[in-house]
Design a protein around this ligand. Structure first.
Ligand code: NDP
Ligand code: 2IT
Length: 449
């Protein structure tokens, strides 16, 4: 391992997810740093891996029984070289500084790739929204925002949703911020229609992911039409990825949650997808209920003792992991390859482990890293910010057209950067290099700060 990586790991002990994300980027940008002495002199990589600010706070709230609950709250303000900090909030019991730092680090490059002026940030809490009443979620969001509000602002740091944070939570947090600050500004994105939200933002990550895959296939004179697709997750990203896949004539056959996955050999049709959306968004139920309702499907519970997830061994053409980090290990990658998968585009952040990526690339699988292929969500958040600043709101078609253009732009910048550095067609290297160079140049121009 290089001494630079070692010193970063030593400075951030025990943060395995953060180390993983940093190493993955470093391996592909090392060449660029070596070719550009100004990046070395200004210690750009060392500075990019150190948050500009990491805010950690206590969140105290009262549950329905009247008991006091204490949670951890965080905001990682990673890099503001090209714009205000921007990135989601995650509410999940696993949330810790390592996970938020990996997400905030990835966000720097992702946001740069969109071409919009947004810096990198991420935040959240170890609060578990599962099984909580609406009243509990609202009180938690208000308590969380009572501290977060001191550190964010529409020109400073603009959070949005991520795992466990959707329209409901954004609404409660926005209401709390507006009341406390006594101002109506676009301090959060993913807001509702009629109070500052952008059309297409709910759909944007999943739609953008599929537009990206469409661009990858178009390079090879191919399309999604008729392709069998494995999708993991059943939340925001997975739902709208499946919706767009169906529109383009593809056949999604799987969906999952943290309890297990369903396999529907006949395909998840648009009527069946409506059932998933109602189940997950309104009833907040479990994906196993899909198999109770549709006899063409089977539910397979997670086997925690297994060294692989059998979902990734199902025969298919394309795979879209849309649940969480590290959901595809090397064994899963080998199973995907054996099952005929030729394209894997990440909807989640860092769902594929590093050795699994190597395996996929070695086998010639067309692989898109999340920081490129899932950037449609934050890009549309950027479009929501523009609409909030200007006070002028665009139609669905206008936002969707811009989203398509942005995804094509990201796709093309990845290919161009990969070509420039002799790794033609490698989207992983291209995404890291294109994102890195843009932020590095801004940092150099702004001096040693
Ligand atoms: P949601 O909360 O809407 O859905 C998350 C889904 O993933 C659920 O099906 C959930 O199952 C499953 N999941 C979450 N954690 C785990 C876990 N530890 N193990 C197994 N399954 C899990 O989140 P999103 O759809 O918004 O986010 C999904 C992924 O996409 C994340 O990696 C996120 O960072 C990324 N992303 C999201 C964007 C957005 O705009 N929302 C933008 C770009 C990336 P269960 O219900 O059982 O918890
Ligand atoms: O990972 C991500 O890009 C998100 N969760 C979306 C962030 C945003 O600000 O819209």
């Amino acid at each position: 391992m290089s001494s630079l990586l070692k010193s970063i790991f030593d400075r951030n002990p025990g943060e395995s997810e953060f180390h993983q994300a940093v190493e993955e980027v470093y391996e592909t940008v090392e060449k660029v740093i070596k070719k550009n002495p100004q990046y070395q002199k200004a210690k750009i990589f060392e500075r990019m891996t150190e948050p500009e600010r990491l805010i950690s706070f206590r969140v105290t709230w009262v549950d329905d029984k009247g008991d006091v609950q204490v949670n951890k709250g965080y905001r990682v303000q990673m890099n503001s070289a090209i714009g205000p900090y921007k990135g989601g909030l995650r509410f999940h019991p696993s949330v810790n500084p390592s996970i938020l730092k990996f997400l905030a680090f990835e966000q720097i490059f992702k946001n740069a790739l969109t071409g919009l002026p947004m810096g990198g940030g991420k935040g959240g809490s170890d609060f578990n929204p599962k099984g909580k009443s609406d009243g509990e979620v609202m009180r938690f969001c208000q308590a969380f925002m009572s501290e977060l509000s001191k550190h964010i602002g529409h020109r400073l740091d603009v959070p949005a949703g991520d795992i466990g944070v959707g329209g409901r939570e954004i609404g409660y947090m926005f209401g709390a911020y507006k009341k406390m600050q006594n101002e109506f500004t676009g301090v959060l994105t993913g807001k509702g229609q009629g109070w500052g939200g952008s059309l297409i933002r709910p759909e944007a990550t999943g739609y953008g992911l599929v537009y990206f895959a469409q661009n990858m296939l178009a390079e090879q004179n191919d399309s999604l039409n008729g392709k069998t697709c494995l999708v993991s997750g059943s939340g925001n990203v997975a739902q709208f990825a499946m919706k767009k896949l169906l529109i383009l004539g593809a056949k999604p056959v799987t969906a999952s949650d943290s309890s297990g996955y369903i396999y529907d050999e006949d395909g998840i049709s648009s009527e069946k997808l409506d059932f998933i959306m109602e189940l997950k968004n309104e009833k907040r139920g479990r994906i196993s209920e899909y198999a109770d309702k549709f006899k063409s499907a089977k539910f397979f519970a997670n086997d925690t003792k297994s060294d692989h997830n059998p979902m990734w061994a199902i025969k298919a053409d394309c795979a879209f992991p849309c649940a969480t980090q590290n959901e595809i290990n090397i064994k899963d990658a080998k199973n995907l390859i054996a099952g005929g998968v030729k394209l894997l585009a990440e909807g989640a952040n860092m769902p594929t482990m590093s050795d699994a990526i190597v395996e996929l690339l070695k086998a010639g699988v067309n692989y898109a890293p999340g920081k490129a292929s899932n950037a449609g969500g934050v890009a549309t958040s950027g479009l929501e910010m523009v609409q909030n600043y200007s006070g002028i709101y665009w139609t669905r078609e206008e936002v969707d057209t811009r989203l398509r253009e942005i995804m094509k732009g990201i796709h093309d910048s990845c290919l161009q950067a990969s070509k420039e550095y002799g790794m033609d067609g490698n989207y992983q290297a291209g995404a890291n290099i294109a994102g890195f160079v843009k932020v590095a140049n801004a940092m150099v121009a702004q001096g040693i700060i």
